[in-house]
Every structure is written in C-alpha cells, then in structure tokens.
Design a protein around this ligand. Structure first.
Ligand code: DAU
Length: 343
C-alpha cells in the first residue's frame, strides 16, 4: 500500500484509524475524504494535520464525482463514511440511505473503475440483528436488521458481496461491535454518560438498562481493520468483537464509580423503539489472522472515562452546537418523565 483513500476519516473510528495507520506504516500516505457532517470533526485529527503524508479533501460519498477525484492515485480504500446513530435513524432515515447505501455503492463503483487493489468496507454487528452468547452470529449468517440504521448498513454489505461476485472487486467487509474510546460523538451512550456525569447531569438509561453491548476499545478495532485491509481475503467478511459485553446499567454504574459520582444521577427513561437486546458474534476468523483484543471491559471503560475527563476542550464544543436541539428532542420529555435510580 502506498496511498490509502479513507472515506469518513473525520469521524470516530475513521480518525482513530488514520492516526494508527500513519504511526504504524511510515511509508503510507492518506487521503481523508469526509463530508464534515455534524459527526465529522477535524479536531479529531489535530495532531496529524501537519503530517506531510496526510491530506484532507472535503466531500460526500453520495457524490460520485467527488469520490472519483479524491480516490484517483490511491491503491487501497477504506470506507468509514456512515450515518451511524440508531436514534437519529428512527427520527428519519433519509440521510442513512444516501450515505450508507448510495455512498457505499459509489465507493465500490469508483474503486472498481480505478482498479484499486484493496477495498475495506466498515460495517457493524447490527446487520445480524439480536443474538446471544449461546448462538453467536457467524459471517455467513442471515441478516435480520431491525432499525433503519441497521437496514441501511445491511444494504451496503450486500452491495459489497454483489461487487465481489459480479465485478471481482477486491472488497473485504469488517463488522465491528460497539466501539468505545477517544473522539466518539457524545450522542452515543458511553460518551453521553461520561460527559453528563462530569457535568453533574442525569444519565438517560433506556428502559431498565438491561440491554447488552460488547465494548470494543477503538484501538483494538483499528488494529483489526489495518490487519484486514492488508491481509483479509477479498470477498470475505470478518466479525470484530472483544467479548466485553455488559448491560447498559452496569456501564453507567462503572462510569459513575470511576468519576466518584452518585448512582442517583441515573434516570431510567422511555426505551428506544425496537431496541435490540444484545449482539453477539463469533470472531474466530479475524482471530485466526492473528488479532486479539488488548482491552478488557474494565480497561476499556477506564481509559475512555479518563480521556473525556482530560479533553473537555473537545466535547464541550460539540455539546454547545446543533447537539443542544438534538438533545432536547431526544431527551427533554423523556428525562422529565424519567425514573430515578433510588426509586
Ligand atoms: O454495535 C455497533 C453499533 O454500535 C454501531 O453500528 C453504531 O453505529 C453505534 O452507534 C453503536 O450502536 P448502539 O445503538 O449500540 O450505540 P448507542 O451508543 O446509541 O447505544 C448503546 C446502548 O446504550 C444501546 O443499548 C442503547 C443504550 N442507550 C443509548 C443512548 C444513546 C441508552 O441507554 N441511553 C442513551 O442515551
């Protein structure tokens, strides 16, 4: 690999990936192609912006001509560009179709037309729908997406499979679990809980807080992604999971413990519509390539809490913007009718 096209590199996982790639592969150049929607943030890459091997190009994956302009000259491509928040997809999924379906298709079509040697498409465990430890999902299993977000991601995965079969496009699909770590937008549960706790604001836990997610540290995730970009088998998909599953209520309590804040900040609020109880994947395939997570749940959450406590400059700016209106829409009435932890 000489030059890597990264779509969505100003988002959470994308920015962590770019930092990792520049550190681990001194000879590689990076083109970060990002639309800078509400979730894209060049602050995420402030420390690498001056690197001569890094270039930023603003554009949307939904714009095929722009993708073509930015991908030209690259010999590998990775697509992080996505509308990623389930709750926003429940409000309105139109943007999710544009980015996650049309955008995925554009990246694939341009990579095919340019003869790009390797393409990695970043998907999610949510395409499989709910699963349990006893019946983990394998890569060839059926998709049963239940949210508009998950359905749009499933469509992107199917397009990858179709491009592999039809055109021989060398595309690999990665399906990571729920990531945690630095630079995650505070609409997501963990940074929302941490930053609210730091400000003494209530933590809105959906339902009874019994739904479980794997908490994969983003540094573990980006190590797996680089491995797949370089050594994954074209035409194949790979699950990425750390087996760090915890119910949301235990995550909220762990965060409050780490910050020495009272459980009384927890509010049980109306549940997410169609809330998936748990995702569980079998990650044997990526482990067979030599990957293993280095963060267990305790370390992952501790490192994450520490980062948000040390980097108020990063999230205070986000929470002051468009976020306020979103927060009011999502949580205003819910929090007013919420149930306290002690009740
Ligand atoms: O599993 C991978 C997926 O993880 C990614 O594909 C998605 O892009 C990413 O957003 C994430 O999806 P989740 O829906 O699992 O993440 P979220 O942080 O929104 O919610 C995590 C859990 O916490 C979920 O069970 C819902 C719950 N939750 C969420 C929010 C925002 C709450 O209890 N309160 C909240 O305020």
């Amino acid at each position: 690999m000489r030059r890597v096209f990264v779509a969505g590199g100003a988002g959470f996982i994308g920015s962590n990936f770019i930092r990792h790639l520049l550190r681990e592969r001194p000879d590689v150049e990076v083109v970060n192609f990002d639309a800078l929607t509400y979730a894209g943030n060049l602050d995420n890459l402030r420390d690498v912006a001056g690197d001569a091997r890094y270039r930023f190009a603003r554009g949307s994956v939904a714009d095929r001509a722009a993708v073509l302009g930015a991908m030209r000259g690259c010999d590998a491509a990775i697509n992080f560009a996505a509308e990623s928040h389930v709750d926003r997809s429940i409000e309105d999924a139109a943007d999710f179709i544009d980015t996650n379906v049309r955008g995925a298709h554009n990246v694939l079509a341009v990579a095919r037309d340019l003869g790009v040697g390797r393409v990695l498409h970043v998907s999610t465990d949510e395409v499989y729908g709910p699963a349990t430890r006893e019946q983990p999902r394998r890569e060839g299993d059926a998709f049963r997406p239940r949210s508009p977000y998950a359905a749009s991601k499933a469509a992107g995965d199917l397009m990858c499979a179709a491009f592999s079969e039809t055109y021989g496009t060398p595309v690999i699909v990665a399906r990571p679990a729920n990531n945690v770590g630095p630079y995650q937008h505070p609409e997501k549960a963990v940074p929302l809980f941490v930053t609210n706790a730091l400000d003494g604001e209530p933590l809105p836990v959906y339902g009874e807080g019994l739904q479980e997610r794997d908490r994969l540290h983003v540094e573990d995730c980006v190590r797996a992604l680089l491995l797949l970009l370089e050594r994954g088998e074209p035409g194949e998909a790979y699950n990425i999971q750390a087996d760090n599953h915890q119910p949301n209520i235990d995550v909220a309590r762990a965060i409050l413990d780490l910050l020495d804040k009272p459980y009384g900040l927890i509010r049980f609020v109306d549940d997410r519509a169609g809330h998936d109880p748990c995702y569980w994947m079998d990650a044997t395939k990526v482990r067979a390539l030599g990957w293993a997570p280095s963060y267990d749940f305790a370390r992952a959450i501790e490192a994450t809490v520490r980062w948000y406590a040390d980097n108020r400059w990063w999230w205070e700016r986000i929470k002051a913007g468009e976020y306020r209106a979103y927060y009011e829409r999502q949580y205003g009435a819910r929090l007013a009718g919420g149930r306290r932890y002690e009740d």
